[in-house]
Every structure is written in structure tokens, then in C-alpha cells.
Design a protein around this ligand. Sequence first.
Ligand SMILES: NC(=O)c1ccc[n+]([C@@H]2O[C@H](COP(=O)([O-])OP(=O)(O)OC[C@H]3O[C@@H](n4cnc5c(N)ncnc54)[C@H](O)[C@@H]3O)[C@@H](O)[C@H]2O)c1
Length: 388
Amino acid sequence: MNKVRFGIVGFGNMGSTHAKNLHSGKIIDAELTAVCDIDAEKRKKASELANVAVFEDYRELIRSGIIDAVIIATPHYLHPPIAIEAFGAGLNVLTEKPAGVRVSDVIQMNNAAKKSGRVFGIMWNQRTNPLFQKARELIRNGTLGTPKRLVWIITNWYRTQSYYNSASWRATWAGEGGGVLLNQAPHNLDLWQWIFGMPDEIYATCDVGKWHDIEVEDDAIINGYYKNGATATFITSTGEYPGTNRLEISGSRGKLVIEKKKLNLYLLEGDEREFCYNDPNAFPEYNLQEQVFEQTEKEPAHNGIIQNFTNAVLYGEELLAPGYDGINEIALSNAAYLSSWTGKRVSVKELDTKLFDSLLEEKIKNSKPRNRLFPDAGGQPCRWHTNW
Ligand SMILES: NC(=O)c1ccc[n+]([C@@H]2O[C@H](COP(=O)([O-])OP(=O)(O)OC[C@H]3O[C@@H](n4cnc5c(N)ncnc54)[C@H](O)[C@@H]3O)[C@@H](O)[C@H]2O)c1
């Protein structure tokens, strides 16, 4: 194989963007050969874009023999079943985020991936951002010392009611499976765990329809607790304008702040834990070494992930966003919902998936599809990079 032949399932906002990028040659050694969508209008649009095979049923696309890899860009509930079918047929899979809606589904998807041995990626496009990569490096190589606290205010995911009304599946328990934690903030939840690690427990409040006429949450506060005493606070909303994207991480040797395309690093000359017990001065002011890292160019984002995935299939390149990682992010959001629904602090590592699934099922039973009032209001490609 000297080129990866891609098929895309779901030709909506995201799938059609991936299709255009593949078709226009933005991904080296890759080509678009097929598209699948249940919507006849979308299939017509796909045929107008490119001379590709078009399918209504994803199973037919998967069995067509004309693709080596599938990109899944359908509503979230469908990511695991489509991926499982594709792995069963020996295809490589790049799924859109989130990995799914329930941890229990994602476990099955990961098992199918493992069994197939194929390349499995997930569209964590914000992992291509150099500032988040730098933050991860500073934690992992010990520059910040022992991690103490992460605080992320990520409230610049603003959406109007017309966004929610753009598709019947959006912002419903049956169609989407959640709100801001399932659709917008997964990028940041993934980065939280990618940079700072998974918390052991979570306590969260998820406010349903606080700023919009929707049945799922559009505002959430999550507190994460780590066995070593570290904590995380994560605040997100689609109802604030102007919003904020500010990540602050402190460790025993200093802190970093990422905001407005800059990472500011403040380093102590030693470890605060040692100063605390050995310094006779009660109110010290320590010297800080300050460094600034700036993001000067847009990150490669989605195309960077598709290129990396293509290179992994063809040349065995290491994945920046392995599909298996998707379970961590979905465990964070499942745990946040479970905590909010029960009013209790819940374990993330030993998440009660049975209880989560049964409580979600209750919500699905009472869920109502949205009236599709403003059909094409969902597309906003400029927002799909890191939004500062
Ligand atoms: N990585 C990112 O930055 C990013 C940005 C936007 C959306 N997404 C993700 O992409 C996915 C799709 O979101 P969107 O905004 O493009 O939604 P959308 O509603 O615009 O598109 C979804 C498409 O899937 C099609 N579809 C539904 N069921 C199908 C089935 N059984 N078989 C084939 N096609 C089917 C629909 O007809 C529609 O065309 C979501 O999971 C979302 O989280 C990711």
C-alpha cells in the first residue's frame, strides 16, 4: 500500500470538512474514495464534491473493499458500533471525538480494536497545539515538581440557540447523550488527563438548560481529586460571552499559565515543600525564573491528526492521539454526570458503569428530538482550532 484510501461515515459539518481536506490533497499519501451518509441531500453534496463512491449504509461502505481506513464523523452514539464493524472487517479506524457516550460501549470498541490489531486513532486535534504539548512535557519531565493543582476555565465554547436547533440529535439525551461535556469540552477534558493525569474521584455539578432551551447541560463544574492530594477544577459553559480559556497548573517547583496563545512559566529556585519546612522567614518572597512560550502559528489540528494517522498506517509512525485514549475522557464525563445525578463524589477508576447506563437510559426514555429549525447553523470551521 502506498496510499491510504479513506471512507468517511457522516458527511455533516465535520465529515464534509475532512472530505474536502482529503480531496484537495492536504493529506500526503491519502485519498478520499468513499462517503456514507443516511441523508440523501448529504450524499448528493458528497457526489458534487468529488468522484467518490457513495453509500447509504455504513456496513456496505465497510464491506466495499475500496477503503483501507474509515473516518467516523456521525453523532457520538454511533462511534463505537461503526468502529467495531470496521475493525471486524480489518479496517483502520479514525474516530471523531468523543469516543462514544458510555464507557461501557467504549470498552467494547477498544476490545475490538485490540483484537483486529489495526491502527486506531481519535480526533483529539488540540493535542497538536504546541502550548499543550509544552505543558505536558513540563509536567512529565518534572520541571514543575510534584503536581498540586490544575484549574481550567474553559468557557469560550459559546453557542446560540440556533446552533442547538441545527440538527435534531443535538443537545438531547437520546441523540447526543449529553451537552457541553459531550460535545464541546471533550477536547479540554482529554487535555486535562493527557497533561495532568486521571483523577481518582470526581464531584461535579452539571446544570441542565441553564442558558438555552435544551434538555442537557450547558454549564458544568467538575472537581477532581488525586490520591497524592492534587486537585483539579474544571469550569465550562456554552452560555458565556466573552468566554475564557485559561489553564493554570501549579506544582511544587512553580506554575504555568496558558492563555491567549501564550504559556507563562514561573519557576522557583528549589522545591516549595522544602522551603515550607526549612525557611525561618514566615512571609518569604522567592525569586522566580520566568519564561514565555508563544504560539506563533495555527496548530496543524485536524489535518495534523489525519496525516499522523495516515503515516501510522503506512509507515508505523507513533500516534499522537491513539484511539484507546478516548476512554479516559469519556470516563471523566461519565463520572461527572454520575456525580451530578447522584449528588455524590464518585470513583473514576472504578466507575459504576451499570448505574451510569441505567440512569442515562431513564433520561433517554424521556428525551425528545429537537425540531430542526436552522439546518446549516452548525458549521463553524474557524472554531475548530484551539479557541483563545
Ligand atoms: N474534532 C472536532 O473538532 C469536531 C468538531 C465538530 C464535530 N465533531 C464531532 O463530529 C461528529 C459529527 O458532528 P457534526 O457537527 O459534523 O454533526 P452533523 O450533524 O453536522 O453531521 C453528522 C452526519 O452524520 C450523518 N449520520 C447520522 N447517522 C448516520 C448513520 N447511521 N450512517 C451514516 N451517516 C449518519 C448525518 O446525516 C449527518 O450528515 C460528532 O461526534 C462531533 O462531536 C468534532
